[in-house]
Design a protein around this ligand. Structure first.
Ligand SMILES: C[S@@+](CC[C@H](N)C(=O)[O-])C[C@H]1O[C@@H](n2cnc3c(N)ncnc32)[C@H](O)[C@@H]1O
Length: 242
């Protein structure tokens, strides 16, 4: 009985680990997230049971994992980015272990640094940012005074729709309106879109970007143009306010 929690990487199907890909190619059941590229789902053997978890509650996913895990099948739970970065991977492992099911966790390239990096933004850079903080931007009660006082890079997940509230909160807490800010959507994919602006204007500039999107706030964003996209094939739409 074993279930493998596999990180699929941030979007580009080439950014999965070799071990993760090998497990997919040998699985009997593949339970995958919406953010996982179809190219990776297509790597499962013909005849494998493919389950798209989109629309299912986390509790239902946990139940499915236990059900197929107890059947003794080779189950792969494929998750966007890294399973343990805003991925609820810990909850799934705990549930499986509670049922005596063996679990293997295969890390993935998290969007945390890969998505800003794909847009030419290093999350740390000597002289500009010596630390980076990852923040859940959606729904949570953000501690704006603490975040505004942070001298490093802020990387906000799941915050695109809340961007006006986030920018307003940081500005009200004293973050300078000229602080460079970016939104990177569909990072590491052919349809990648990047908006660079300032904290004061980013909400308006990025109002129309698609999701998934990551928000990056800090001086490192000013390097985006000089560094450029990490791969020439990544989408090159870069919008800047007039
Ligand atoms: C549920 S979290 C999963 C994060 C994932 N476990 C990781 O390590 O990257 C989903 C959020 O990650 C961010 N994200 C994931 N992939 C992305 C991509 N290719 N481009 C932009 N943002 C992405 C978005 O903020 C999205 O709403």
């Amino acid at each position: 009985m074993s279930v493998a929690l596999v990180g699929a990487g941030p979007g580009d199907p080439e950014l999965i680990t070799r071990r993760g890909l090998r497990l997919i190619q040998a699985c009997q059941v593949l339970i995958y997230d919406r953010l996982v590229g179809p190219e990776l789902v297509a790597e499962a053997p013909a005849g494998a049971l493919l389950i798209d978890r989109d629309g299912s509650e986390q509790e239902e996913v946990n139940d499915l994992l236990v059900e197929y895990g107890l059947l003794g099948l080779r189950v792969v739970r494929l998750k966007g980015g890294d399973p343990f970065v805003f991925g609820r991977g810990g909850e799934e492992v705990l549930r499986l272990r509670a049922h005596g099911i063996e679990v293997e966790v295969v890390p993935g390239v998290s969007s945390f640094a890969a998505v800003p990096g794909a847009a030419g933004i290093p999350v740390t850079h000597r002289g500009l940012a010596q630390e980076a903080t990852i923040v859940m931007g959606h729904g949570a009660d953000l501690d704006f005074p603490r975040l505004a006082a942070n001298p490093g890079t802020l990387v906000l997940f799941m915050g695109a729709r809340s961007l006006p509230r986030i920018a307003e909160g940081l500005l009200a807490a004293g973050k300078h309106p000229d602080t460079p800010a970016a939104v990177v959507a569909n990072g590491t994919r052919l349809d990648q879109e990047v908006v660079t602006s300032t904290l004061g204007e980013i909400a308006e500039a990025a109002a129309a970007v698609p999701t998934p999107a990551l928000i990056v706030i800090g001086e490192v964003v000013s390097l985006a143009e000089a560094i450029g996209p990490a791969q020439p094939q990544y989408g090159s739409v870069v919008r800047q306010p007039a």
